[in-house]
Design a protein around this ligand. Sequence first.
Ligand code: IPE
Ligand code: IPE
Ligand code: MG
Length: 241
Amino acid sequence: MPKPGGGDEGAGPRHVAIIMDGNGRWAKARRLPRVAGHRAGAEAVRRTVRAACEMGLEALTLYAFSSENWRRPATEIADLMGLLRRFVASELEEIARNDVRLKIVGDWRKLEPDIVAMLDDAIARTASNRALTLAIALNYGARDEMLRVTRRLMREARAGEIDPDALDEAVVEARLDTAELPPLDLLIRTSGEVRLSNFLLWQAAYSELVFTDTLWPDFDAAALSAACDVFAGRERRYGGL
Ligand code: IPE
Ligand code: IPE
Ligand code: MG
């Protein structure tokens, strides 16, 4: 069985995903409201996207809002959605100029209509860009993604479009939100928490995991490069020898 792309020992990752955690604790440490942490987190996103472009990554997937984050107070959700609007409005020019293609993963069409329209426009405007693919996970949950894939497959089977006996990994992969992205090489989580919190459970099956105590608002090019160095030193075996 061929190795799933990229990450020969010593080589850098093609696709990096980040669980951007710790905004609240960053703010708390400074006696600031949580929204100040999210604002500083948006700056870290800007820096990290720039760094990913400079490093020549093919894909960067950022966990921005999970399907479970709806459990937070309405005021915090409104702050996060406000920051998302501002981020897209202020960054689209630079993203487009840097040949970055924007993609959204998750059940994002359930966000507020003006955000969906804004994202649709940003996706269309960057669709032919060929450097970095920036995938932002919004209303994303890996279990929800698997449910959406399963529902679709069952509908296709019922319509006679797919034979259940022909189902294989490639058929599922092609229906995941991440379908056109390279295999996930490296998954980083900031803030010292050591869990996946429902992020990319299928895609991370053979990813290298790096957990750092750095809080997301403090993350920068050096932190990304350090995680990529750790990755380059790992030996990936995929169950073989
Ligand atoms: C990550 O920071 C941002 C989102 C989950 C949207 P948190 O808001 O989870 O920060 P902590 O974990 O409370 O420090
Ligand atoms: C994961 O962080 C989600 C995002 C970074 C968007 P959380 O802060 O929501 O995760 P838990 O609740 O600590 O597992
Ligand atoms: Mg958190």
